[in-house]
Design a binder for this molecule. Structure first.
Ligand code: ADP
Ligand code: MG
Length: 252
């Protein structure tokens, strides 16, 4: 059999996805596309379905109806969580899950060990390549000066960055980030927006966030969810001027 032809050029295509829990519609025919190297901000009131959407994309929750295509060919609704991670979809949860007793550098090293690369390499060459990757990750997540500190000594914001670095070690094509700015200082929030913008030059990023200052800093297309579907989509200015968005979300 010939492989199916891509029906979309989008990296991620959600097509009328519904998720029903005991008769309650957490997602209601949600359709959304994310382009290659696009960063998208998702906003919306509590219960809008933002986390459920990420659960569908990562295979944690099966949709009751609808489709989810990755790279135009992979049907995410038929794959399990491990297979989806293997395709290059990484997810960052709200609470960082770093190894507290290990140093920053060792945390990154452990994440690299779990590398998806199938190529066996000579040990020496591998360790040189590994050092280079750790250097570039440390620089990217702004933790070069903290490399020898145990993760337990990092600030909340720094732990979030370390976890982002550990996800980047897996070279995801799509990174999902749930409320990264929660609990961060203003400076950390601004630095996180910078970090995500850098990441989105080479990968796609979907970021759920309530902090509107942060969303403005990201400067990307915004989708507002409400009752499991898209209420509005556009620039932050367009979305925040939408009367329904003001009514259900921003105006509260
Ligand atoms: P958000 O992340 O936008 O706040 P969620 O996706 O967490 O929203 O939740 C959407 C709705 O689905 C909420 O009303 C929530 O109570 C409900 N929900 C989420 N997960 C489950 C579940 N496993 N069982 C039943 N209801 C759920
Ligand atoms: Mg949520």
């Amino acid at each position: 059999m010939k492989p199916p032809k891509p029906v979309t050029s989008a990296l991620l295509y959600l097509d009328a996805v519904s998720v029903v829990f005991d008769g309650f519609r957490a997602l209601n025919e949600l359709s959304l596309t994310i382009g290659l190297h696009e960063m998208r901000a998702i906003i919306g009131p509590n219960g809008a379905g933002k986390t459920t959407m990420m659960d569908v994309i990562t295979g944690k929750t099966r949709p009751t109806a609808g489709g989810a295509l990755f790279e135009g060919v992979h049907d995410l609704t038929r794959l399990d969580e491990a297979e989806i991670a293997e395709l290059g979809i990484g997810r960052k949860f709200q609470t960082p899950t770093v190894f507290e007793m290990h140093t920053v550098e060792d945390n990154l090293r452990l994440a690299l060990k779990a590398d998806r690369s199938p190529f066996p390499t000579l040990f020496a060459r591998r360790s040189a390549a590994e050092r280079e990757r750790i250097e570039s990750l440390l620089e990217r997540i702004r933790l070069e000066d903290s490399r020898h500190r145990p993760a337990s000594e990092l600030s909340h914001g720094q732990k979030q960055w370390l976890e982002i670095g550990m996800l980047l070690a897996q070279e995801p094509k799509l990174l999902l980030v749930d409320e990264p700015a929660a609990g961060m200082t203003d400076q950390e929030t601004a630095d996180t927006a910078d970090l995500l913008r850098e990441i989105a030059t080479t990968r796609s990023v979907v970021v759920v966030e309530h902090d509107m200052v942060f969303v403005r800093d990201l400067g990307v297309r915004v989708t507002c969810l409400h009752e499991g579907s898209v209420l509005a989509e556009g620039t932050l200015n367009q979305v925040s001027a939408n009367e329904r968005v003001i009514e259900v979300y921003l105006g509260r």
